[in-house]
Every structure is written in structure tokens, then in C-alpha cells.
Write a protein that binds this ligand. Structure first.
Ligand code: NAD
Length: 507
């Protein structure tokens, strides 16, 4: 899979069923966030390399499209078995390049496999509609056909789950797929390619092109790429959406989030604290669905909730990806660590209260990894930058509100609308909340309301640009186009040769 250049492992692309060296002579460093070491160089494709690659995928499309759906699904079954067999190896690879703990990486893989499971339903999902005798011996039916070459551009925080969620159905319904993984975690994507090959996927149907903005821009501009599924930060999602649409592509671009947890006065506070801990700090808070802000309703609720939470947050342990005692791992880069520290320090200057200080965890004295402990900031107000922006690291906040109405209003006025949850024992509060909240994925007494693989996934407002969802039935609609056929096979003798100039009616 790799070649060695000046003592450093140099990664490849995966094109036409083979690992292919980059030709651009541009490379980026891949880190092990747990040690701070550079582990590999990732090739950054030039626009020419991307365009050549699209041709390879385009050539493979016709054969794949014409492969029976049963045969395609057989390959997906084998791919699924290989993912299960190789889970340990893949989890180690995710931990090494992303920094998340092995148990978290295994969780991500199993959620990724859900998307493959759902894609195995392609024959069922592709069934069209059929109407007999819509008029004058005419039958009408619709069919869903693949788009051709489609692309997925993925983020660093889920090196396996997000690519599988974006691409499994796209492959199953007959497209040729190009994945441009995050340049920070290219190993996992290359490994997945080996599994597709072993599963029997024809060469060219699955491609990895590594790179940065130059590769993304070439994908966005290539006329043979028909759809783009993007997951990443809102700034880039918005750009990809507009640039893709400008080039007449179908685009669904999923961006960042600022996810709230409302804690009502009647909630079981121990349950809410437990839920908050995992949902807020798991994966070093580097999840688009991580809870960022706790919103206890009423001062009494806030006092007890923060008191209970403070004790538990202090006990959280950050460590290397393979440290079994660690609750979460390092953040992705030193740059990311610096950004998170800046948010914490600025919020303190703006008046937030430092309830738990994770800025300098003990591990930093021994290790050079990009570690940050769990930080909890109380009395954060909606004007503060730490409230307004997505903070992709373990600095979590508490915002006090006086009523459910105030909580709903505040959340609805936030620019993001990815996930939200409420902890309450009141059915009417939950009903009002689910009805009025302007967020795409909503939980009631659930820590992270991330939908299962057979339901649609996607946020509202500036958390998603374009139509279509990830996971679920919408992926089939997104990666196919509908054709509607009206068909008449009159008996030879009854052939009617009369020309009609009036608009066809069904009489
Ligand atoms: P990112 O936006 O930096 O990168 C995502 C992808 O875009 C990468 O493949 C990267 O190479 C490419 N990219 C980066 N800058 C670009 C540019 N200027 N032009 C074109 N392409 C560019 O995101 P990230 O840091 O890798 O991932 C974290 C972000 O992803 C967070 O904001 C998180 O909330 C979001 N995310 C969202 C979801 C969701 O479903 N809504 C899921 C996972 C992650």
C-alpha cells in the first residue's frame, strides 16, 4: 500500500483498483495525535490527476451500472463481512491517525457498518412505481437510475463511519464513487479500498483521491462528476455547495453544529449528568453531534446539575488512543488545540466561570501529543464567542435559562441546527420541544440523537446546505435519477395510425 520516501512512509491514491503514487510532488503530514509524531506523508493530487481519475471512474461506470443489482449486493455482503473481520485492525488505524480511543473507534466502525447494512437493501429501495392502463392501453412506470460518477468529500473526525455513510448506497445503486478523504486521516480510507477490492468490486468503481483544496476544486468543476456529498466544517460546506451548484451538480453539504442539551427541573439529574459526559466529551468532543452546551432550566436546576457535573468532569481522563483507562484521546492537531485554548481564554476574559480547568492535563508533562483535558465553563452567555461558534474540542459550556420557552428561542436563533436533546419527565414539555425546535435531529432523554442507518441524517439551518440526507431512504433519492416511462404495445390489428394534435388526455 505504501512506498518509502526519504525514510518517511509516503501514502498513495487508490485508482483503477490499485494503489497509485501521487504525481504532483505536493504532500501533507499525517500525525499520530497521541504522540505528536509525523507518521506519513499524504499525496495531494493536482487538478490534472483528479481529472484523469474521473475518466477511470467514468469508464468503470457503464459496467457497474449494468451489473445486476443482486450481484452488486453480493459484493456489499462480502464487503460487510470483511469490515467485521478487520474491525480490530481498522480501529487501531483510526486511533493512530485520529487519536480517538480504540473503543470509540470500534463504535464508529459498527455505526458505519449500519450504512452498509442499509445499502444491502438496494434491490428493495430501487423498486419503482407501476401503473397499469393509465389510458388507451398505456402502462406507466418509473425507474431509478444511477447518476454516473459521484464524489464524497469527508472530514477527519470519523475516518470510517462518515465515508461509509456517504458512499455505501451510492455504490449499491450503481454509481462509480470517488472519495476524497480528509488529508489528516487517509490511511483508514485506503484500507477500506483494499476491502472493496477483496470483496470483488470491479476496478474503477471505488476510488480514493487524496488531497486538499486543489483536489476538491477539481472535483467540483469536472463535468463528469454528477453529485457531491460533502461533510466538514460549515465554512467549507457552504463553499462546496455554491461551487458545486454553480457547476450544475447535485450537492448535499453537511456542516458543523452547536448542539444543546436542555435539562428541565423535573429531569433525573444523575441520568442527565451521565448522558452529558459521554455526549459532550466523548471523542474529545470532535463529533458534529457532540453536545456543546448544557442548558439547565431555572437556577435551582442549574445549581444542582453543575455541582454534580463538576465532580464527574474532574474525574475524566484524557490519554493515548490505546490507553484503556482513557475516556477520550488527543485532539487532531496542535493547531486545533491552540484554537480551543483561545476560545477558553477569551470566554474567561468575557466573564465565563471556569468550573473545571482542562487546559493543562498532567499527561502533557510526559507526552508530546495534542492533549487537552475536559474543561467546563459555567455562566456562558449567548453573546460570547464560545457560545456562538462550534468549538471542536473538550471545552463545554453551561448556559442558564429561566424557562423552556427561553431555551427554545435561544436554540432557534442559533445559526446551527444539527442536533439537540431534552431531558425531562414531562410528556407535554417534550412534545412542545420536539414540535417547536428548529433543529434537524432531536432527542428526548437521549444523549446523542444520531439516527440509525435506516433513518435520514441531517441538520437544519447552517448545519446543512442543499437537499438530501445521509443514511436512510434519502441516500437512494440523492444518488439516483428518476425516469418515468409511458408504454403502449397495441395489438398489431388494432394499431391506430390517426395523428392527434391535441394535448394527450386519458379519455
Ligand atoms: P474541514 O471542513 O476542514 O474538511 C472537510 C473536507 O474538506 C476535507 O476533506 C478537506 O480536505 C476539505 N477542505 C478543507 N478546506 C477546504 C477548502 N478551503 N476548500 C475545499 N475543500 C476543503 O472539516 P474537518 O476539520 O475535517 O472536520 C470537522 C468538521 O466537520 C466539524 O465542523 C464538524 O462539525 C463537521 N462534521 C459534520 C458532520 C455532519 O454530519 N454535519 C459530520 C462530521 C463532521
Amino acid at each position: 500500500m505504501t512506498t518509502v520516501k526519504s525514510g518517511m512512509t509516503t501514502l498513495t491514491h487508490f485508482i483503477g483498483g490499485e494503489m497509485k503514487a501521487g504525481k504532483s510532488d505536493r504532500f501533507g503530514k499525517v500525525y499520530n495525535p497521541s504522540t505528536g509524531e509525523v507518521t506519513a506523508l499524504c499525496p495531494y493530487a493536482s487538478a490534472d490527476e483528479v481529472n484523469e481519475t474521473v475518466e477511470v471512474a467514468h469508464a468503470a461506470f457503464a459496467g457497474w451500472k449494468n451489473t445486476s443489482v443482486g450481484k452488486r449486493v453480493e459484493i456489499l455482503h462480502r464487503f460487510r463481512s470483511l469490515l467485521v473481520q478487520e474491525t480490530d485492525k481498522l480501529a487501531e488505524m483510526i486511533g493512530l491517525e485520529n487519536g480517538k480511543t480504540i473503543s470509540d473507534a470500534k463504535g464508529e466502525i459498527s455505526r458505519g457498518i449500519e450504512s452498509v447494512d442499509f445499502a444491502i437493501n438496494a434491490p428493495q429501495m430501487l423498486k419503482g412505481e407501476y401503473s397499469v392502463n393509465v389510458g388507451g392501453d398505456i402502462n406507466a412506470y418509473s425507474l431509478k437510475q444511477p447518476l454516473g460518477v459521484v464524489a464524497a468529500i469527508s472530514p477527519f473526525n470519523f475516518p470510517v463511519m462518515v465515508p461509509l455513510a456517504m458512499t455505501s448506497m451510492a455504490v449499491a445503486v450503481g454509481n462509480a464513487v470517488i472519495l476524497k478523504p480528509s488529508e489528516r486521516v487517509p490511511n483508514s480510507a485506503l484500507f477500506i479500498s483494499e476491502l472493496w477490492k477483496k470483496a470483488g468490486l470491479p476496478d474503477g468503481v471505488w476510488t480514493i483521491i487524496n488531497g486538499d483544496k486543489e483536489a476538491v476544486d477539481a472535483i467540483l468543476r469536472n463535468p463528469k462528476v454528477h453529485a457531491i456529498s460533502f461533510v466538514g466544517s460549515t465554512r467549507v460546506a457552504e463553499y462546496v455547495y455554491h461551487e458545486g451548484c454553480r457547476n450544475n451538480k447535485r450537492v448535499a453539504a453537511f456542516g458543523g453544529g452547536k448542539n444543546h442539551m436542555i435539562i428541565m427541573p423535573d429531569a433525573d439529574l444523575d441520568q442527565a449528568v451521565n448522558a452529558f459526559l459521554g455526549a459532550a466529551y466523548g471523542s474529545a468532543s470532535q463529533r458534529c453531534m457532540a453536545i456543546s452546551a448544557a442548558m439547565p432550566v431555572g437556577e435551582k436546576t442549574a445549581e444542582v446539575f453543575v455541582q454534580k457535573l463538576r465532580t464527574r468532569v474532574k474525574e475524566l481522563k484524557v490519554g493515548a488512543y490505546n490507553d484503556e483507562q482513557a475516556d477520550f484521546g488527543a485532539v487532531i492537531t496542535q493547531e486545533s488545540k491552540d484554537t480551543i485554548l483561545k476560545y477558553i481564554n477569551e470566554s474567561l476574559a468575557e466573564g465565563a466561570e471556569l468550573t473545571v480547568d482542562g487546559r493543562n492535563p498532567e499527561i502533557c508533562e510526559k507526552e508530546n501529543g495534542f492533549y487537552l483535558g475536559a474543561t467546563l465553563l459555567d455562566r456562558v452567555t449567548p453573546e460570547m464567542k464560545i457560545y456562538r461558534d462550534e468549538v471542536f474540542g473538550p471545552a463545554r459550556i453551561v448556559v442558564h435559562v429561566n424557562s423552556l420557552d427561553e431555551a427554545i428561542e435561544l436554540i432557534n436563533s442559533h445559526e446551527y441546527g444539527n442536533g439537540v436533546t431534552i431531558f425531562t419527565e414531562s410528556g407535554s414539555a417534550a412534545r412542545k420541544f420536539t414540535e417547536q425546535i428548529e433543529v434537524g435531529m432531536v432527542g428526548v432523554n437521549v444523549p446523542i440523537p444520531i439516527p440509525v442507518g435506516y433513518h435520514n441524517f441531517g441538520g437544519w439551518k447552517r448545519s446543512k446546505f442543499g437537499e438530501g440526507h445521509m443514511f436512510g431512504p434519502d441516500t437512494v433519492r440523492f444518488f439516483t435519477k428518476t425516469k418515468t416511462v409511458s408504454e403502449k404495445w397495441p395489438e398489431a390489428k388494432a394499431k391506430d395510425h390517426k395523428t392527434e394534435f391535441a394535448f394527450p388526455s386519458n379519455n
